[in-house]
Design a protein around this ligand. Sequence first.
Ligand code: FES
Length: 109
Amino acid sequence: MDKATIICKCEEITYEEIEEVIGHGAEAFDDIKRLTRCGMGPCQSKVCSHLVSQVIHEVTGKPFDEIPVPRTRMPISPIKIETLATNSTEFSTVKSVLDELKLEDGRVK
Ligand code: FES
C-alpha cells in the first residue's frame, strides 16, 4: 500500500500514521486506536479493522493469527437511545444479539 493511503476513512488515518505508531511499539489494533483515533469513527472500525491488521502484518511480518482482534463493546449493533433511557425491555427493530436477551428488573436473565 502507498503511505498516503487512507486506512481509516472515518478518522482520515493514513497508512503512514499507523506505520509510525507501530514503530513506537503499537502491536495491536487497540494500541493503534488509542494512539491515532483509528477506529473511533461512526462505523466503529467495521471498515478499517481488517485494513489495520493488514498494515500490522506488512510492517511487522506477524502472521494474521498472531495479531490480536480488536476489543468489542456493547451494544454490538445500533439500538434506539429510547431503549437505554427508559430501561425498556423491548429493543429496537434493528436485529441484533440484544434481541435474544431476556431482562428481569433491568438485568439479563
Ligand atoms: S473507517 Fe475507521 S472508524 Fe470507520
